[in-house]
Write a protein that binds this ligand. Structure first.
Ligand code: HEC
Ligand code: HEC
Ligand code: HEC
Ligand code: HEC
Length: 433
């Protein structure tokens, strides 16, 4: 590849510029299979290697500690078999609607000789098909990260690209989605936040999946927790809106796709009638179920702190989206479009620099949302918790750190979530400032 192309490849990978990279599942490359990564002199070393710029024991970490290596096996568990029976789909290990998220389900013609679907969410499900870079990617520095990316390696170091990757399974796309039908058959509810989930996943084992050291910084993009959280939220919000605007949202005869709604808007006890009116719903209801807007609630707080000129517009578009809920699917989709315009604007101005030393301001806005009783629904409280936990960690505030577990405990059981208790705990954080 000539120098010019290499330069362009680098530019195109910069956040906010150029085209989005195809997700690994659709990258048109042959996926060679985990066995091709797992040799002991490659990524299958028993222990981290000295003198190498990567650990080289990623295969061992993945097999032993990464939930993704068991994602296919989970399809043979009791719960999966029950889900499959209720849906009438036969063996879930052969059903695309399950395999699309529980394995590297690329088309038959793109499966290399050593590819095995039973490997689950494999190396290439995240790093992209290795067809064009398998035999060259370890020749650093002669072969750069940009060269690898140009050869089809997925740029998981870029926050936006990583968000798109994780969200494709942890939220869904037009092509694969954990619908209300799948949920009602017993699938666990999905919740996601990019920074928290990256850390949960990366550090699940005795040793992290990769290490961000001086050498990594030289080769790849590195972002702080704040930016990862914020950019991840906006990507999540925009993906939700894209799903709402897609034809699939209209759903079956009676309801739109309820998988995009706030589960607890409908599924809660009728004995304790709680008049949970959320300020952002602008007086919608009673009796109107609402979209799962938990990432938008965080985005509004984020915008208030970092992009106040835009915050008002985002907030009123969100209210319009909720008001449209008692109108029609078309009205919801049109409101989604307006909200997306606001998010696009916010997204274009967000950089690593916008978050520098702003943790305190963002936390203050989240706590204010709590005081305005925006976290009456469990889904929003869950997002608020993940945000507060990340911000407190960044602020290195020992007093707050000591309280964070109590906040998490209040969310242990979604059926028993008590908004007033959660609000009181958040109030204590304001007092600690
Ligand atoms: C849009 C992607 C998606 C689809 C489609 C999907 N899943 Fe999942 N599934 C997930 C994710 C993500 C998780 C992990 C959720 C978490 O813990 O945050 C999960 C979790 C599960 C679990 C719990 C795993 C465990 O170890 O406890 C089971 C069981 C399961 N899925 C079965 C199925 C079956 C059966 C199908 C097909 C009918 C299916 N899934 C379709 C994404 C998906
Ligand atoms: C759930 C997605 C996922 C899976 C599965 C996964 N990785 Fe990764 N991996 C990532 C992300 C994200 C990063 C960090 C961003 C980057 O450096 O590309 C990373 C980083 C790495 C790095 C560090 C690169 C460096 O420059 O320091 C190596 C090596 C690696 N992965 C190899 C593997 C191998 C081998 C497997 C399979 C055994 C695997 N990964 C499975 C997502 C994944
Ligand atoms: C191809 C689909 C897919 C992709 C891509 C993917 N995941 Fe997952 N992830 C899953 C499934 C399925 C599970 C559940 C596995 C199980 O429990 O059997 C899961 C589980 C997890 C869990 C454990 C959740 C829990 O409740 O314990 C974390 C954390 C996680 N993923 C983070 C990530 C991150 C971060 C990324 C992006 C770098 C990512 N995932 C990309 C499908 C995917
Ligand atoms: C608009 C209201 C509404 C929303 C929002 C909603 N559901 Fe449902 N759900 C229903 C109805 C109606 C049924 C069918 C009646 C029943 O089985 O209770 C149902 C059934 C279910 C069932 C099966 C219950 C059983 O005992 O058979 C589960 C599980 C479920 N939903 C989970 C979810 C999850 C997870 C979400 C959020 C992603 C969600 N629901 C969002 C209305 C809703």
């Amino acid at each position: 590849m000539c120098k010019m192309n290499r330069y362009l490849a680098g530019i195109l990978m910069m956040p906010g510029l150029g085209m989005a990279q195809a997700l690994p599942q659709n990258d048109r490359l042959v996926h060679e299979g985990v066995a091709t990564c797992a040799a002991s002199q490659c990524h299958g070393s028993a222990v981290p290697r000295d003198g190498s710029n990567v650990f080289q024991n990623e295969y061992v970490t993945w097999t032993q500690n990464d939930p993704h290596s068991g994602a296919y096996q989970a399809l043979n568990g009791e719960l999966s078999l029950a889900i499959a029976r209720r849906l009438g789909i036969g063996d879930p290990r052969e059903a695309d609607i399950c395999l699309d998220c529980h394995a590297d389900n690329v088309a038959a013609g793109r499966r290399g000789e050593r590819f095995q679907i039973s490997d689950g969410v494999s190396c290439e499900a995240c790093h992209g098909g290795a067809q064009k870079w398998l035999s060259t990617h370890y020749n650093a520095p002669a072969v750069s990260h940009a060269d690898n990316v140009a050869a089809g390696l997925y740029p998981g170091d870029q926050v936006k690209a990583r968000a798109d990757l994780c969200l494709s399974c942890h939220l869904g796309t037009r092509d694969k989605f954990a619908t209300h039908r799948i949920m009602a058959a017993g699938h666990p509810r999905l919740a996601f936040e990019l920074d928290t989930f990256t850390e949960l996943w990366r550090t699940a084992g005795r040793q992290p999946h990769y290490r961000v050291d001086a050498d990594y910084r030289q080769r790849k993009a590195v972002n702080g927790h704040g930016y990862t959280w914020g950019a991840g939220l906006v990507a999540d919000g925009r993906q939700r809106l894209a799903l709402i605007m897609s034809p699939g949202f209209a759903g079956g005869a009676m309801f739109p796709e309820l998988g995009l709604y706030d589960c607890h808007a409908c599924h809660r006890s009728m004995k304790s009638v709680q008049w949970r009116r959320l300020p952002r719903q602008g007086g919608a209801g009673p009796g109107v179920p609402f979209i799962n807007d938990s990432s938008f609630v965080m985005i509004v707080a984020l915008a208030r702190a970092l992009d106040p000129d835009n915050a008002g517009a985002i907030e009123s578009s969100l209210t319009e989206l909720h008001l449209a809920g008692s109108n029609s699917v078309t009205a919801i989709q049109s409101a989604a479009k307006d909200l997306d315009a606001g998010l696009r604007k916010l997204q274009s101005g967000l950089t690593e620099g916008s978050f520098r030393n702003r943790e305190k301001d963002i936390l203050a806005e989240i706590l204010k949302s709590g005081a305005r009783r925006e976290f009456l629904d469990y889904e929003s409280a869950e997002q608020a918790f993940m945000a507060v936990q990340m911000l407190v960690f960044e602020l290195r505030n020992d007093q707050m750190q000591a309280e964070i577990d109590m906040l998490g405990d209040a969310l242990q059981d979604d059926e028993r979530y008590r908004p007033a208790q959660f609000a009181r705990l958040l109030e204590r954080f304001s007092a600690l400032d």
